[in-house]
Write a protein that binds this ligand. Structure first.
Ligand code: URA
Length: 247
């Protein structure tokens, strides 16, 4: 994981010069994760909590936008009390970024991470209407009536889901499994699994193939890439369009 020198981080936060930061460290005025550090050049990770005179510094951050192809067995959070691997552990950036929305521990695929609170808030807003395409491997044979029900919305947690786009990609009669593409615009908790459960099916595997125009088709599992300026501008464009309409 990328680490930076303590005095540099303090100076970059814009409160004091590098020299002053060094002086503060030597005088014992700086704490890292609750411990006084007097060593110059002490290396800190992006997650370290740094305090000067017991006041936490706000670390200056470049805005980052990451698309990760989340593997199975990784939690979508910034820290896990059970010490499981988190999506943030897979990303080597000096900035503190956090996931936009959530994929289950066993769900794979497209996950955005950023430190841009404005964009994250928009993307997570239920009314932002960002399409998310999932591929679900489901136990059993999905038929026309199930497709219609999923399209029109099913009741989960006492409330009907919004209309969605559904495509039956493949049915494997021999193994009694179906592969269904589901495009939803909401982001309710365990939504896809619950939608199938509402019809009596259980999801064996779930992958989010894309969020808006961002797909993980060319991104191997566990890898990530930074969004380019055009992609970020396109996401901001969606925010503008959407604010003219619904939000
Ligand atoms: N729906 C689910 O059920 N799980 C996910 O991880 C994402 C959507």
């Amino acid at each position: 994981m990328e680490q930076e020198r303590l005095q540099k981080v303090i100076a970059n936060a814009g409160i004091v010069s590098r020299r002053k930061a060094e002086e503060y460290i030597q005088k014992g005025r700086v704490k890292v994760d609750g411990k006084i550090i007097t060593e110059l050049g002490y290396k800190v990770s992006k997650h370290a909590i740094i305090m000067v005179d017991d006041i936490e510094i706000k670390r200056s951050q470049e805005l980052r936008y990451v698309l990760l192809n989340k593997p199975r067995g990784v939690v979508t959070t910034t820290s896990d009390d059970k010490h499981r691997k988190t999506v943030v552990d897979l990303i080597d950036l000096p900035e503190r970024i956090y996931p936009v929305g959530r994929l289950d521990y066993d769900t794979t695929g497209a996950l955005l991470l950023t430190n841009d609170g404005t964009l994250a808030e928009f993307l997570m807003h239920p009314r932002s209407g960002i399409p998310k395409v999932y591929l679900a491997k489901v136990e059993g044979i999905i038929k026309g009536e199930h497709i219609v029900a999923l399209k029109n919305g099913v009741v989960i947690d006492g409330r009907k889901t919004a209309k969605s786009r559904v495509k039956l990609r493949r049915v494997d009669i021999e193994n009694q499994v179906s592969f269904v593409e589901l495009t939803i615009h909401e982001g309710r908790n365990h939504q896809v699994k619950k939608m199938f459960e509402a019809l009596g099916f259980s999801v064996i595997k779930l992958k989010r193939e894309s969020i808006a125009f961002l797909s993980v088709k060319d991104l191997p599992s566990g890898e990530y890439r930074l969004l380019n300026k055009k992609e970020v501008a396109r996401l901001y464009g969606l925010m503008k369009t959407s604010s003219n309409e619904t939000i």
